[in-house]
Design a protein around this ligand. Structure first.
Ligand SMILES: C[S@@+](CC[C@H](N)C(=O)[O-])C[C@H]1O[C@@H](n2cnc3c(N)ncnc32)[C@H](O)[C@@H]1O
Length: 267
């Protein structure tokens, strides 16, 4: 069993919307649902990616599956302007997914990292995919994070953040395992892609924007980390100061890679 490290407060629900917008240009160029009609999004949260998928693919019917009722309620609000589209909202644990219908495509983004049994989700995804159907995954590879110069507050906070995810049954490096997990779930034609950012002072605005985004990502787990004694308020403040300092460092570097995977259910 795993616990969700970001929680479900309204700030976090807003952060998911901002995150989807910030990272969309990195995530979506590799994804192609142009031949899809029935798309299942697993772990759809507040509908942040759903919105982008509906915009990119005007023909698709979308089913959003999410474990947390308050996320689904927020998704319904966030997607209210798409009343002319067919969208189903289903509250279920994806590890035991059981729906009445099957799909020609599945999308999962930033979800498997939170689960102790990601193979259960991929097994249920396989069972709900039509033969020949496609699945796209996008997940974290947190060990790829590298900054220059090394700033102690940010580095220590980041270690605690990843320890917290492990402690809660998740895997902050699950991106590395996507090919193996898809293979073990019976998928074929597995392709992997690395995306992310390598920012420095040659792109100061992008660097500063990423430092601000990273701050919100790091802070999203602060309350839980504090309550189990992994960090104190002082360390939260230092992490934020370090990210502000990185924006102005002459030789600053901010590097991070996530992993994407595409696979097919055999005919
Ligand atoms: C980091 S959010 C990502 C949401 C969305 N994919 C996005 O990128 O905006 C992860 C979501 O997965 C949901 N989730 C976690 N475990 C789940 C499970 N077992 N079944 C369904 N949803 C789950 C969480 O409640 C949360 O809303």
């Amino acid at each position: 069993m795993s616990n969700y490290i970001h929680g479900y407060l309204s700030d976090e629900q807003e952060r998911l919307l901002n995150q989807a917008g910030t990272l969309a240009s990195l995530i979506y160029p590799w994804i192609d649902f142009s031949t899809s009609k029935k798309l299942l999004e697993i772990g759809s949260g507040v509908g942040a990616q759903s919105k982008l998928l509906l915009e990119l693919y005007p023909e698709i019917e979308l089913t959003c599956v999410e474990i947390e009722a308050s996320q689904l309620e927020k998704a319904q609000v966030n997607l209210a302007s798409y009343s002319d589209r067919k969208i189903d909202f289903v509250q279920q644990d994806a590890q035991q997914l059981k729906l009445e219908k099957t799909f020609d495509s599945i999308f999962i983004c930033w979800v498997l990292e939170h689960l102790s049994e990601p193979l259960d989700v991929l097994g249920r995804a396989f069972a709900h995919l039509d033969p020949g159907g496609i699945i796209y995954l996008t997940e974290v590879f947190n060990s790829s994070f590298h900054i220059f110069p090394k700033l102690g507050g940010l580095t220590d906070y980041y270690s605690a953040f990843n320890a917290y995810q492990l402690q809660n049954g998740g895997n902050p490096d699950i991106g590395l395992q996507l090919g193996n997990l898809l293979d073990q779930s019976g998928f074929i034609e597995i392709k992997l892609n690395h995306g992310g950012f390598h920012l420095d002072q040659s792109q100061p605005e992008s660097l500063a924007a990423m430092c601000d985004y990273w701050k919100s990502l790091m802070k999203s787990a602060a309350e839980g980390m504090r309550s189990c004694g992994l960090i104190s308020e002082r360390e939260v403040i230092q992490m934020e100061k370090d990210l502000d300092q990185l924006k102005t460092e002459k030789n600053a570097v901010f590097f991070y890679q996530f992993v994407q995977a595409k696979a097919t259910r055999p005919l």
